[in-house]
Design a binder for this molecule. Structure first.
Ligand code: PSU
Ligand code: MN
Length: 303
């Protein structure tokens, strides 16, 4: 494994000492936001995690090396270099063989975090069951990863480019807890509510940490979704965002967009249709997730 994995010295030292570490994904940097806001956001996320007592580990593949913890220069490189490949579980082997540069999704970030021994991960939104999946079979590999890899994912729920109801059913089938942090509603990324309920509401990170420990002590494999709603003042208007998403889904269908292109296409369309507003909301919810993930990692490390 050592031949493939490179852990940043600061991250490695923190893990050896049992200190709190938070993993971060990089598809959000390369495919989720425009340069330079993506780089600025990624660096601020790391800062927020430090301010809350944990060590950040942004994860990516550079020159075929699995990197856990990036330097500021490496984050800048990922953020501005076109052609960095969106990398999920199935893509990892060839990325290594070809010595490619890859941005990791939730699924592949979980894999690399678990290899390094990191238990808590912060992102924006997870992938899920796409609308129309009963015909297309488009179900993000993120869900299967949550079923089998022992990492907790703090997110703002899932965007309604997905079928949130089916996403929750899929997670239930695979035994993945979906816990609402200080909410009983499953958040929908830009909005605090989706119309669906989470499995349970938890108000305290100590309880989340104890639940994680119990899960893994018992050998109940897999991750946990910690759904943390966007702060109220950055929430988007429900009708505005719903109209943009409906339009994006229609255009994707008309242009026959499929497979790994689907999510980036929908994200870019929604962003274009809502102007700068959705980008600002997106950035703020990621900051909020970074804060809660750091608090959770500290609580977990203290058990
Ligand atoms: N959803 C978002 N923003 C994102 C993604 C999803 O709101 O940036 C990215 C994440 O990296 C996620 C990936 O893991 O898209 C899912 O892609 P797919 O549906 O192809 O598995
Ligand atoms: Mn897909």
């Amino acid at each position: 494994m050592k031949a493939y994995l490179e852990i940043h010295p600061e991250v490695e030292a923190a893990l050896k000492q049992g200190k709190a570490v938070v993993a971060l994904e990089s598809t959000i940097i390369s495919h989720g936001m425009p340069y330079p806001r993506n780089v600025e956001t990624a660096l601020n996320v790391e800062k927020i995690i430090r301010e809350h007592g944990a060590v950040p580990a942004t994860i990516a593949i550079l020159g075929g090396v699995l990197k856990v913890g990036l330097t500021a220069d490496e984050i800048e490189y990922l953020g501005k270099t076109p052609g960095v490949i969106k990398t999920s579980r199935r893509d990892i082997p060839l990325m290594i063989a070809n010595k490619s540069d890859g941005a990791t999704t939730v699924a592949s970030t979980m894999i690399l975090a678990a290899l390094a021994g990191i238990k808590v991960f912060a992102t924006g939104g997870i992938g899920g069951v796409h609308r129309g999946a009963e015909e297309t079979f488009d179900i993000s590999a993120d869900l299967q990863e949550l079923a089998q890899t022992d990492v907790a994912v703090v997110c703002a729920g899932a965007k309604s480019i997905l079928d949130i109801g089916l996403t929750l059913e899929y997670l239930e089938t695979h035994g993945v807890p979906v816990l609402g942090y200080q909410t009983a509603d499953m958040p929908a990324f830009y909005t605090r509510k989706s119309g669906f309920a989470v499995d349970a509401r938890v108000d305290d990170v100590q309880v989340l940490a104890k639940a994680l420990k119990a899960k893994w002590d018992l050998g109940l494999k897999g991750g946990m979704v910690i759904a943390n709603p966007i702060p109220e003042k950055y929430e988007m208007d429900y009708d505005t965002i719903t109209a943009a998403i409906e339009q994006a889904v229609k255009e994707a269908e008309a242009q026959n967009i499929k497979g790994k292109e689907s999510t980036p296409f929908l994200l870019a369309k929604v962003k274009a249709l809502t102007g700068g507003e959705s980008l600002e909301s997106n950035i703020e919810l990621v900051y909020n997730n970074a804060k809660v993930a750091a608090q959770l990692a500290v609580a977990y490390a203290g058990l």
